[in-house]
Each structure stands twice: as structure tokens, then as C-alpha cells.
Design a protein around this ligand. Structure first.
Ligand SMILES: *Cc1c(COP(=O)(O)O)cnc(C)c1O
Length: 354
């Protein structure tokens, strides 16, 4: 399939300062769209001027949430090249999400080609200061104009892009986390392992209550016993206990993060022991009491690594590593951002040039 390109005749002014970009606030001049119908499959891939979508008020996605999304970034290197970080993993994960949501699969290679073509058109929008990037948001929506709960027959696959600033302007700093006892994000057999809108709608209330209590994010426990650790906000989570790195095993309710996968592969390549297993919140508190909880941190595309400085579980507060960024968190952050920005040689083959 060839991608047609219709360039805008009224390009937007680029942001004046890269230091005030923030996250997800401004969008580039174009968007990528392709359509799906049962008869034609995926068809008419095109890059067109960025603008509102025209949807019938009965459109399936608006009522029943049949939709999935992805998030990844394009980085500008000091040599003025544009790099994507493991984009094939995002396209593979789209199909994992699609399968659960009864959305037809996309071709992974075509998805990566579409990303590259689109980023190529928006090349001038990729910022260059340290820590900045062009955030890419591929997503699929069910577009049948029909009220009734069944899978749509038509879809749109869209990619939009937003130049984004450094997630933490002052560098990597520990955050305070609320251990969530009341609400749950996902259960085994549900949609927790898919990147789909409903998971985030389900999380808003807990996040709001945590923020009212002056906590940055929530730590999600399993939906049945509220005992085992699942994720932190919209990130995967790691604990370092007595030198061993532990992250909850993926068992259906946890989103399989690409940063998580990369951190596991990176630490193992450095000879560290990384264990994917069930870990309870009690085990973390016991380790802290025994002086063996060295570090805790979240992982995700947006912040890469987010150290956890404090946990509050039903009023029982613990401070981790003196509320300082730990050695493993800091070194992992440096290495992954170094690979992404081309400052470090990519011996893993994780980056792709646009
Ligand atoms: C996207 C996401 C992550 C992190 O995935 P990355 O691929 O590392 O960005 C973790 N948890 C949830 C719930 C997410 O939506």
C-alpha cells in the first residue's frame, strides 16, 4: 500500500521555546489516517492536514469504547538524525490490544513504515534540546454509526504527534505514591493487558483521590485480594530488594510495557538478577522493615524511569532510599535515554532511523 501525502497550505507556527513544551498540549501540522472495512481490509493510508474528525453521534467508539492506543517517541540526535525506539514492539502490542478488543489486526511492518513516513513529514517538529521528543500517538477507533453492543465493521487507524518537553524539568526525582486499597484497575480476564481507553476511565477516580491527598500517583494492587502489586499509575513497577531486581509477572491484568521489557533486558545484560514474579505489598513493607528495600521505581515511555520516594498503605508510610533517586534507577535512566537520543552506541539494535 502506498501512502498518499496532502501537505497543509497553512503550517502552524512552531513553539517559540523548547523549554515550555510541556506534554501533549500542542500538535503538529499533519496526521496519518487509514480506514478499514470488512470488504476492503485496511485501505487508503494517507497523511493529511491535522484537524477535527467528523463522526456520527452514534459512532461505536463513543458509546462502547471499542478503541486502542499506543505511545512512543521520536528523538533528534546531536547529528540531526531522527530515531525511533523499538517501534516494532508498539506495532506488535497494537495487535495484542486489537485481539482483545475484537479489532482487526494491522500489518506490523506497514505500521512501522507508516510511522517513519509520518515522522519524516513532521521532521521539523522533532525538538532537539535534551529530554525533549516528538511524542507519537497511534490509535484505532471503531467507526460504525450504530447503537448496539457488537464489534464494529469499520475502523480508523490514526497517528497524531505532539512535541513534548522533558518530563521532569529538574531531572529524575522521587515521587510519593498512594497504595490503592479501594479501587482496582483491572482483573485477570479483563482488559488490563490491552492499551485501551476503558482502563484509564477506570483509573481516574483513584488518581483524583490520591492527588487530593497530595500523592502523585497510585500503586495498583490485584483486583481480587488487594494484596499483590500490579502497576504504578500508568507505569510498570520495579523493586530492588537485597540486590535482586523484582517486577510483577505479567499475568493478564498488567500492561506489558516496552520500557519494562527494555529495563529487564538491559539489567540482565549487565549481569544483574531480574525476577518476574508475584510480589505482595506486605513483602515490600517487610523488606523495608528489615532494611533490605534498596529502591523502587516505575517505568514507561513518558518518564522512562520514575523513582518512588514514599509509599502510603492505609496510613502506614515508608520512605524508600532516603527519598533519593537510587543507583539502579539513575543508571538505567541514563542508559535508556542515552540510547534513545543517540548519545550512546546502540549495541542492542533498539533504535531505528527515520
Ligand atoms: C503504556 C503503559 C505502560 C508503559 O508501557 P511503555 O510501553 O513502557 O510505555 C504501563 N502501564 C500502563 C497501564 C500503560 O498504559
Amino acid at each position: 500500500m502506498t501512502i498518499t501525502i496532502q501537505r497543509t497550505t497553512s503550517p502552524k507556527a512552531k513553539p517559540e521555546s523548547e523549554s515550555a513544551l510541556g506534554f501533549g498540549k500542542i500538535f503538529t501540522d499533519h496526521m496519518f489516517i487509514m480506514d478499514y472495512s470488512t470488504e476492503k481490509g485496511w485501505y487508503d493510508p494517507r497523511i493529511v492536514p491535522y484537524g477535527p474528525l467528523l463522526l456520527d453521534p452514534s459512532t461505536t467508539v463513543l458509546h462502547y469504547g471499542q478503541t486502542i492506543f499506543e505511545g512512543l517517541k521520536a528523538y533528534r540526535t546531536v547529528d540531526d538524525e531522527i530515531l525511533l525506539f523499538r517501534p516494532e514492539k508498539n506495532m506488535e502490542r497494537i495487535n495484542v490490544s486489537n485481539e482483545r478488543l475484537c479489532i482487526p489486526p494491522i500489518d506490523v511492518d506497514f505500521g512501522v513504515a507508516a510511522l517513519k513516513e509520518f515522522v519524516g513529514v513532521e521532521r521539523d517538529w522533532v525538538p532537539s534540546s535534551e529530554g525533549t521528543s516528538l511524542y507519537l500517538r497511534p490509535f484505532i477507533i471503531a467507526t460504525d454509526p450504530f447503537l448496539g453492543v457488537h464489534p464494529s465493521h469499520t475502523y480508523q487507524f490514526i497517528i497524531i504527534a505532539s512535541p513534548s518537553g522533558q518530563y521532569y524539568p529538574e531531572g529524575v526525582n522521587p515521587v510519593k505514591i498512594w497504595v490503592e486499597n479501594k479501587y482496582v484497575r483491572a482483573v485477570k480476564g479483563g482488559i488490563g493487558c490491552s492499551k485501551t481507553a476503558g482502563n484509564y476511565a477506570a483509573s481516574l477516580k483513584a488518581q483524583q483521590e490520591a492527588q487530593d491527598a497530595k500523592y502523585t500517583q497510585v500503586l495498583w494492587l490485584d483486583g481480587v485480594e488487594r494484596k499483590n502489586i500490579e502497576e504504578v499509575g500508568t507505569m510498570n513497577v520495579f523493586f530492588v530488594i537485597g540486590g535482586e531486581v523484582i517486577t510483577p509477572a505479567l499475568q493478564g491484568s498488567i500492561l506489558p510495557g516496552i520500557t519494562r521489557m527494555s529495563v529487564i533486558e538491559l539489567l540482565r545484560s549487565q549481569g544483574m538478577t531480574v525476577t518476574e514474579r508475584v510480589i505482595s505489598i506486605q513483602e515490600v513493607y517487610d523488606a523495608h522493615k528489615a532494611g533490605r528495600l534498596d529502591e523502587a521505581f516505575g517505568t514507561g515511555t513518558a518518564a522512562v524511569i520514575s523513582p518512588i520516594g514514599e509509599l502510603n498503605w492505609g496510613g502506614d508510610k515508608i520512605v524508600i532510599n532516603g527519598n533519593q533517586t537510587g543507583k539502579i534507577a539513575q543508571e538505567t535512566y541514563n542508559t535508556i535515554t542515552g540510547l534513545q537520543s543517540g548519545r550512546l552506541a546502540d549495541t542492542f539494535g533498539w533504535t531505528t532511523k527515520v
